[in-house]
Ligand binder design. Structure first.
Ligand code: ATP
Length: 275
């Protein structure tokens, strides 16, 4: 059943019950998953994490197939950011596991997670304002071995993000909010990740810019086969481009479903997200 948190009946039976990226069948054209059919690129199982005495994640399970966007939704304090931090090793995992292509990577250090192919873009468009666009991008490529590889990756970034190419010598401080969001995503991609953890990319952006950022995220999935966990307060914008959706509530998974089904379930969105 969809509803690990007691919200039965909101979504059509037959879809709502399965973890993201598994029960709905393989996404079209992706071949179904990770290295082997049926193995999700990212699987989080019964993850427990918190701060001091407080438990922010109380046993969360999510899985994501290759080339899919999973929208991670929930009210303030639901545990969305904590989930991304726990996956990428930024906070201590107290229980459960994180699997990448079926390999247990739980409790690896952030730099090891980055090397394993997990890129984390925290909320807040955190560019280094004193550095130029190019200097910011070069930081993202540091993890890559070999100068030629890094240079080629930089050129590829400029092709993917023409707006950054035209500003490459400008200080990042001169970029708009939307351009900064593009820069932090481009910087993360320079590490050549297989999994991208995106925390609230729409934060502080105008509606038209949010649409552009969401279109960019969908385009990355479609053109590169990247697997994306998209944490968003803006549920409608995220569900419009996502394949699957997960609603967190008080540190637990309340609902997992196809994004389109979630978007259509106004009662559920109202119940958990106040929409
Ligand atoms: P938001 O959309 O507001 O960012 P969220 O769903 O991302 O919310 P988290 O930031 O993961 O939620 O927070 C989950 C819980 O952990 C909340 O109760 C929050 O108050 C608590 N929390 C988050 N960060 C810390 C911290 N650094 N120290 C103590 N408690 C924290």
């Amino acid at each position: 059943m969809a509803d690990a948190g007691g919200n039965g009946g909101h979504l059509p039976a037959g879809d709502a019950g399965s973890p993201a990226g598994t029960g709905g069948g393989p996404a079209p054209g992706t071949g179904g998953g990770g290295l082997a059919d049926g193995v999700p690129v990212l699987a989080v199982q019964d993850l427990v994490a918190g701060y001091g005495e407080a438990v922010a994640l109380g046993g969360v399970s999510i899985s994501a197939a290759q080339g899919t966007v999973t929208a991670v939704l929930g009210a303030n304090g639901a545990g969305k950011t904590t989930l991304l931090r726990a996956i990428s090793g930024l906070i201590k995992v107290r229980g459960g596991s994180v699997l990448l292509d079926g390999v247990d990577v739980t409790r690896r250090k952030p730099e090891d997670m980055a090397r394993a192919g997990v890129a984390h873009v925290p909320e807040g468009q955190g560019v280094i304002t004193e550095l130029t666009v190019e200097e910011n991008l070069r930081l993202g490529a540091l993890i890559r071995a070999g100068r030629a590889v890094r240079a080629a990756a930089l050129e590829q970034a400029y092709q993917q993000f023409p707006v950054l190419a035209s500003r490459r010598r400008k200080p990042a401080a001169t970029l708009s909010g939307g351009e900064r969001q593009m820069l932090v995503i481009a910087r993360a991609l320079l590490a050549a990740p297989r999994v991208l953890l995106l925390d609230e990319p729409s934060l502080g952006l105008a509606p038209i810019v949010i649409s552009q950022v969401m279109a960019l995220v969908a385009g990355l999935r479609d053109s590169t086969g990247l697997t994306i966990l998209l944490v968003e307060q803006n549920a409608r914008a995220a569900l419009a481009i996502a394949d699957r959706g997960v609603v967190l509530n008080l540190g637990k998974v309340a609902v997992t479903a196809q994004a389109a089904d979630l978007a259509a379930d106004t009662g559920l969105l109202n119940h958990y997200l106040g929409l």
